[in-house]
Design a protein around this ligand. Structure first.
Ligand code: FES
Ligand code: FES
Length: 156
C-alpha cells in the first residue's frame, strides 16, 4: 500500500506518495530527478549513493524512503548556488580529485559531513572517514587533498 511522506530536499518541501519497498535512492533519482546520487552496488558497500540526512551521511540505497517522513535531505544538487560552486566542489576541481566522476557526489558530501563534525581533520581521519566510499579511478590521494584544502582554507 502506498504511503505519503513529506521531506525537505535541498531546502524544498516535497510531498511524495510512494510504495513502501522503494529506497531513498530510487525516489531521489526517479521521482525527484536528482540523479547526482549514483546507483552503484546497491548493497551499502560503495558509497556512490551517499546523501546527507538530518546532517549525517547515509547510503541512500540502504534506506526505505517511507522512513524519511519529516527528514531534511541534502544531495549534491543542493550545494551550488546557481553557477557558484560550493567550496568543496571547487576544491575537487582544483585538486584534480575526480576522473570518471561516479564516486564524486558521494565523496564531496562525505567531505562536507566530515568538516561539519571536525573542522581540522588529519589526513588519517579523512582517509578513515571516506573509507566506505570507493573510487576506482583516482587512488584517493587527490580526494584527500581536496578535503584537507577546504579545511585549511576555512581555517584561514
Ligand atoms: S549504491 Fe549504495 S552503497 Fe553502493
Ligand atoms: S573518479 Fe571514477 S570512481 Fe572515483
Amino acid at each position: 500500500m502506498v504511503k505519503t511522506i513529506q521531506v525537505k530536499v535541498n531546502g524544498y518541501v516535497e510531498k511524495l506518495t510512494i510504495a513502501p519497498n522503494r529506497t531513498l535512492l530510487d525516489v531521489l533519482r526517479e521521482d525527484l530527478a536528482l540523479t547526482g546520487a549514483k546507483r552503484g552496488c546497491e548493497a551499502g558497500e560503495c558509497g556512490a549513493c551517499t546523501v546527507i540526512v538530518n546532517g549525517r551521511p547515509v547510503n541512500s540505497c540502504m534506506i526505505l524512503a517511507v522512513e524519511m517522513d519529516g527528514a531534511e535531505i541534502l544531495t549534491i544538487e543542493g550545494l551550488s548556488r546557481g553557477t557558484q560552486l560550493d567550496d568543496m566542489q571547487q576544491s575537487f576541481i582544483d585538486e584534480f580529485a575526480l576522473q570518471c566522476g561516479y564516486c564524486t557526489p558521494g565523496m564531496i558530501l562525505m567531505g562536507k559531513a566530515l568538516l561539519a563534525e571536525n573542522l581540522q581533520p588529519t589526513e588519517e581521519t579523512v582517509r578513515e572517514y571516506i573509507g566506505g566510499n570507493l573510487c576506482r579511478c583516482t587512488g584517493y590521494e587527490n580526494i584527500i587533498k581536496a578535503i584537507l584544502a577546504v579545511a585549511a582554507a576555512r581555517k584561514g
